[in-house]
Design a protein. Structure first.
Length: 277
C-alpha cells in the first residue's frame, strides 16, 4: 500500500511539474503578448500625438484662411461701395454732359442766325472799307499830283467821313458779336472744362507771326504792321488780320479761337444747322 501511495504521489508530483512547466510557458507567452501590446500602445500614442499636432496645425490654417476670407469680404464690400459711387458720378457726369449739349444746341439755334447775319454785315463793311481805303489812296495820290483840285479834296474828305462812319458801325457790330460770344461763354455749354493757352503763349505766338514775312492766302497781300499775320485754327492756313478777324469755338476747344473769314462762314452755317443731340 505504501508503494502504491508513493507511486501515486510521484505521479501527482510529475503532473504538478508538468503543469508548472506549462504554466511557466503560458506566462512567458503572455508576457511576450503584453510586451507586444505595450509596443502597439506606444505606437498608437505616438500616432495619436502626431494626429493631434496635425489637427492643431489644420485648425491654425483654417483660422488664417477664415481671417483672409473676412478681409477679402471687407475689401469686396468696400469695392462695391466705390463702384456704386463711381456709377453715381458717371450718371451725374452723363446728365451734366447731356444738359451741356442741349444748352449748347439751344445757344447755337438761338444765336446762330443772328451771328451769321452780323458776320455777313461785318464782311460787307470790311470789303467796303477796303475799297474806300484803296479809293482814298488813289485820290490822295491824284490830289498830290494836282494840288489845285479842290473838288477832289472835298471828295476825299467826304470819303474819309464815310469811312469813319463805317469804322464806327463796324466797331458796333464787333461789339455785338463779342457780346454774343460772351453770352455763349456764360451758357451751361461751357460746363465742360477745357484748358486753353495762356496769354503769354498767345502773345509770344503773335509776336513770332508778326516777325515773319509771308503772304495772306486770301487777299494775297504781304503781311505788314497794319496787316498782322494770323493762323486759322480750323484750316491751319496763314492770313492777314483783315482776313482772319473772327473767333469761334471749335470742337477741339470750347474757348473761341482765331479763324479765317471763309471758315467762319462755313462754321456758322454748320452751327445754325446742327441737329439736336
Amino acid at each position: 500500500d505504501v508503494e502504491k501511495e508513493l507511486e501515486v504521489q510521484i505521479g501527482m508530483k510529475q503532473e504538478m511539474e508538468l503543469a508548472m512547466q506549462m504554466l511557466e510557458k503560458d506566462i512567458c507567452d503572455k508576457q511576450d503578448v503584453l510586451v507586444t501590446f505595450r509596443q502597439q500602445l506606444d505606437d498608437v500614442q505616438s500616432l495619436n500625438h502626431e494626429l493631434s499636432q496635425k489637427v492643431q496645425g489644420s485648425d491654425n490654417v483654417i483660422r488664417q484662411k477664415n481671417e483672409i476670407i473676412a478681409r477679402l469680404e471687407e475689401k469686396a464690400s468696400q469695392m462695391n461701395c466705390t463702384i456704386k459711387q463711381l456709377e453715381q458720378r458717371l450718371r451725374q457726369t452723363q446728365s451734366s454732359c447731356q444738359s451741356a449739349e442741349e444748352a449748347n444746341y439751344l445757344f447755337k439755334q438761338e444765336f446762330g442766325e443772328k451771328i451769321l447775319r452780323l458776320q455777313n454785315e461785318v464782311d460787307l463793311l470790311t470789303k467796303q472799307r477796303s475799297q474806300l481805303e484803296m479809293g482814298l489812296k488813289d485820290k490822295k495820290l491824284s490830289l498830290h499830283s494836282d494840288p489845285h483840285r479842290i473838288n477832289g479834296s472835298e471828295q476825299v474828305k467826304a470819303d474819309q467821313q464815310q469811312m469813319a462812319d463805317m469804322k464806327k458801325e463796324l466797331e458796333q457790330l464787333r461789339e455785338e458779336n463779342l457780346r454774343l460770344r460772351q453770352a455763349g461763354e456764360e451758357s451751361p455749354s461751357n460746363g465742360i472744362h477745357q484748358s486753353s493757352r495762356s496769354s503769354a503763349e498767345a502773345e509770344k505766338e503773335r509776336s513770332t507771326l508778326e516777325r515773319q514775312n509771308v503772304i495772306c492766302k486770301l487777299c494775297e497781300e504781304e503781311v505788314s504792321v497794319t496787316r498782322l499775320k494770323r493762323r486759322c485754327h480750323n484750316c491751319q492756313a496763314i492770313f492777314c488780320s483783315q482776313c482772319a478777324i473772327n473767333e469761334l469755338p471749335l470742337p477741339s476747344s470750347i474757348q473761341p479761337v482765331c479763324v479765317c473769314n471763309p471758315c467762319h462762314r462755313v462754321l456758322l452755317q454748320q452751327y445754325s444747322t446742327t441737329p439736336p443731340p
